[in-house]
Design a binder for this molecule. Sequence first.
Ligand code: EPZ
Length: 418
Amino acid sequence: MDKLLIRGGHALNGEIAMSGAKNAALPILCASLLTAEALEFSNVPQLNDISTMLRLLGDMGVAITRDGDDGMVCLDGSTLNNPVASYEMVKTMRASILVLGPLLARCGEAKVSLPGGCAIGARPVDQHIKGLQAMGAEVKVEQGYVHARASRLKGARICTDMVTVTGTENLMMAACLADGETIIENAAREPEVVDLANCLVAMGARISGAGTDIVRIQGVDKLHGARHAIMPDRIETGTYLCAAAVTGGKVRLTRTSAAYLDSVVDKLLDAGCEIVIERDAIQLSAPARLKSVSLRTAPYPAFPTDMQAQFMAMNCVADGVATIRETIFENRFMHVNELMRLGANIQIEGNNAVVRGVGQLQGATVMATDLRASASLIIAGLVAQGETQIDRIYHLDRGYERIEQKLSALGASVERLR
Ligand code: EPZ
């Protein structure tokens, strides 16, 4: 298994470009199941999760051409012939559940393995199923698979019990081909949901309200081909901002936008950073030492749970005490024990973590447990004294494109050990 070796103590300075958003690309690739016409996507990030999704869609019969270097992916769903997502494929990536709604809408049936949990929580999909049943689908869960059938889905009013990003996305895609109007209440407002809606509208869908908590979809008989550029990755952007902030650096991140990062930018300003926002770039200058910032994760536009671990790493060496409250996932503190191996002072009380800033972290060998936890260990390693070795970095490769190249371009001393 690959490892990452980081020698701490270098401030990050310079300019790098951000990649397309993983969590927008994943549902948008699944939109290829909704039409028999060709789709052309640009700015698709080169990530293991994207490759997994393309393999899954290919297994179903979608024709795929991918020009690796410039992030172009073309998909043709006209040869879709196998509405099954096997456990082998789904167990490595829970986002595979996003094929359920489109398959059901296009083929009238779907057999999708339950995703199973992961390090950060049980990750149930009961809201996805409840919504499809409200639209008239017959859904059974047997031997670890969701079996769904519907001759034609009918528009329905759906109110999810909690805000669910992929739940909103699955139901929105299914509703595009339903008979009549679907209203999704308590919908997720994440920018990635809006990017998916924009792509579906380009394909001929009739959607209004995406980005608000009430999304209306008027079903149509079919969708056509389209071109769409994937939005920038706001979590990748936030992650590099944190890496620069904690090392006392000055960076400019291009091909991205601060438009979706208000809550993160606010916390970086509170921590003492200076930030300049440009149309498609963001600059950060860090102070010599950050101030501790407390935060509470919640659905967009509040502070994103996917940035919690990164801010915890920053708080480990900040001046003061910070309280971090995780309200989305029941077990998203897996990075705490690893950060403590580097000398961090963190107490967990339920879904609260109290982080007391220390003067210095000491490099050590640590283990990545999930995608964003891995990012927090990198951030801590960049500022720790000496060498930090991070094991199991396959987690990282799922969500951060060419991370060691991008960090090295900013002056970090980072090396991948095969
Ligand atoms: C999406 O996951 C993202 N993944 C996650 O990013 C992100 O952390 C999460 O949204 C929250 O923002 C993708 O978009 C591919 P949820 P998702 O459904 O949709 C509970 C990353 O690092 N819930 O919004 O799976 C659930 O257990 C990943 O890129 C149910 O109980 O998250 C959780 O507690 C990690 N039943 C809460 O709702 C359901 O049917 C929010 O989950 C669905 C969700």
